[in-house]
Write a protein that binds this ligand. Structure first.
Ligand SMILES: [Zn+2]
Ligand SMILES: [Zn+2]
Length: 209
């Protein structure tokens, strides 16, 4: 459930023509139809690298059907290095919005399944082997569930390094600066505006995808 942000320049807001949704929104975003200005964009979203090497956003909540069109699931996309986590950044020097995509093994689906399986397993253990055994197994399983995505992500990034070369990463595509802020980082300060050049851009929460 990514947060939607409104990025707006207070100086030239009246000249900005349209509301725009960038990234992986599935059209469930409630927004004011034209009264407000600025750019609406998600702080982050999941995407999959298609066989044609393009980035296909997994729009919430229809992630699974988009993956099915690509003949993948969260798991198979993850182990093939094609599941990516895309984060939206703003350049702190020129204000350009840009995305950085990184391969990840972790997926919401595997986490849900792990949690469900863990709960059922622990209930059975506490009934048959007593609570202390269940507690030890619980701690071990929770550690495994926490570590698995980290180890899996590391392996996937090593094995599928060439695939990562085609993903948007690094510094600002406009000015080359590496100074950037993630929209999800609760930006308090004003950012520079790519249009008028003044530090008049604010980032505020506008909804949830
Ligand atoms: Zn820049
Ligand atoms: Zn401006």
């Amino acid at each position: 459930m990514p947060t939607i942000y409104r990025v707006i320049c207070e100086r030239c807001a009246t000249e900005e023509p349209t509301l725009g949704i960038e990234g992986g929104c599935a059209g469930r975003v409630i927004h004011d139809g034209g009264g407000e200005k600025g750019i609406l964009t998600q702080g982050w979203y999941w995407a999959v690298v298609s066989t044609e090497a393009s980035l296909v956003p997994l729009r919430h909540p229809i992630e699974s059907s988009i993956l099915a069109e690509q003949r993948m699931t969260f798991f198979t996309a993850g182990i093939r290095g094609r599941l990516v986590y895309v984060q939206q950044f703003a350049c702190d020097d020129c204000g350009t919005l840009y995305e950085v995509a990184k391969q990840r093994f972790f997926s919401p689906a595997t986490t849900c399944l792990s949690t469900l399986g863990l709960g059922a397993c622990l209930f059975w253990l506490s009934q048959s082997h007593g609570r202390s055994t269940a507690a030890i197994v619980s701690a071990t399983l929770m550690a495994a569930v926490a570590v698995l995505p980290i180890v899996g992500t590391w392996i996937v990034r090593v094995v599928y390094r060439p695939l990562a070369a085609g993903l948007p990463s690094g510094s600002c595509p406009e000015c080359g600066s590496a100074r950037r802020v993630a929209l999800d980082s609760n930006i308090k300060k004003r950012l520079p505006c790519p249009r008028c050049g003044t530090r008049s851009v604010t980032v505020e929460m506008a909804g949830i995808s």
